[in-house]
Design a protein around this ligand. Structure first.
Ligand code: UDP
Ligand code: MG
Length: 310
């Protein structure tokens, strides 16, 4: 029997929340919705996979996709999408920050014809004022640099109908940015607000380093805007130096001496910085091309139920 809804949740060291998560999804969607729950174990070092296997014994609609190591939640979402068999797929975190109580509203919106139901976070009880401000600023920078119409507060808590999920899977990125792909596709979307909950147990598995990595992928995966900005910086530097040359020449012929040393230091440092930034931007793109041309997959499945073994 094919499930109507697939719930996909990446899990990284979530042994302490996974029971509660699966129970909450079941409670929320009740008996009338045929649902499968796909937990993508993203290289956890705790008992996450063992817990899911134990639950699967009692509940055959719980599935486990175990990745060979930690690939990050973006790749894990895609691994789950590929495994999903429902007519709609809901992706969400399994730490209960994306409350399963919202699932019926999402399913209702889909039944009314929505192809994508995007959940938009209103509050985040785990965040202080400072982290909230930095995260807003970060979203803004991301929007400017990626050129994608990313909606503030919209994360990876969303429903995709089967066709939208199919379109997302058609991207073949070595370093995918799931949210960006959905927004790039520009499928008509219904937005629903929700109140984020505190983390059920444990602590965030996405530290500063992973967050920076995801942001760089977010910026470079679907846009070459940073390359254009690098070009623009170069043009501005050239224009400024030309203007300065005119000033120096005019001053020289007017009989003024032009102070040299500070100007030289400034120019060298400024141009050096511009060049380093541009080389860094170029390097980021070359790195992506390098991975892409070698066909490096975004994730490797180590274990899955045979129905969707790849
Ligand atoms: N996660 C993952 N791989 C990772 C880090 C996190 O699959 O390398 C999962 C995690 O189990 C959770 C979701 O991604 O279900 C969101 O991660 P987390 O709660 O750590 O991030 P935050 O909510 O702090 O942004
Ligand atoms: Mg979380």
């Amino acid at each position: 029997m094919k499930p109507e809804i697939s719930v996909v949740a990446p899990a990284y060291n979530e042994a302490r929340s996974i029971h509660e998560f699966i129970a909450a999804v079941r409670r929320a969607l009740g008996e009338e919705v045929a649902v499968e729950i796909i937990v993508v174990d993203d290289g956890s070092t705790d008992e996450t996979a063992a817990e899911v296997r134990a639950i699967r014994e009692l509940d055959p609609l719980v599935r486990l996709v175990r990745l060979s190591r930690n690939f990050g939640n973006q790749a894990a979402f895609l691994a789950g999408l590929r495994a999903a068999r429902g007519r709609a797929v809901i992706t969400m975190d399994c730490d209960l920050q994306n409350p399963p109580d919202e699932l019926p509203r999402m399913v209702a919106a889909w039944r009314k014809g929505a192809r994508v139901v995007q959940m938009v976070r209103r509050g985040n009880p785990d965040a202080t004022l400072a982290t909230r401000a930095t995260s807003r600023m970060f979203e803004w920078v991301l929007r400017c640099l990626s050129g994608l119409p990313l909606v503030p507060g919209a994360g990876d808590f969303r429903l995709l109908d089967a066709r939208a999920a199919e379109q997302v899977m058609r991207f073949s990125e070595s370093r995918p940015f799931y949210r960006g792909m959905v927004s790039w596709l520009a499928i008509p979307t219904v937005y629903l607000e929700y109140e984020a909950h505190p983390r059920a147990a444990g602590h965030s598995g996405i530290g500063l380093h992973k967050r920076l990595r995801i942001s760089l992928d977010a910026i470079t995966a679907l846009s070459i805007r940073p390359l254009r900005i690098a070009l623009l910086l170069g043009l501005i530097a050239v224009t400024l130096s030309m203007a300065y040359l005119v000033v120096v020449l005019v001053a020289y012929f007017a009989g003024h001496s032009v102070a040299g040393y500070p100007t030289i230091i400034f120019t060298v440092v400024f141009l050096g910085a511009v060049q380093l930034i541009c080389a860094g931007v170029l390097g980021e793109y070359i790195g992506r091309i390098h991975e892409q041309t070698r066909g490096i997959p975004p994730y490797v499945v180590a274990e899955a139920d045979e129905e969707f073994d790849e």
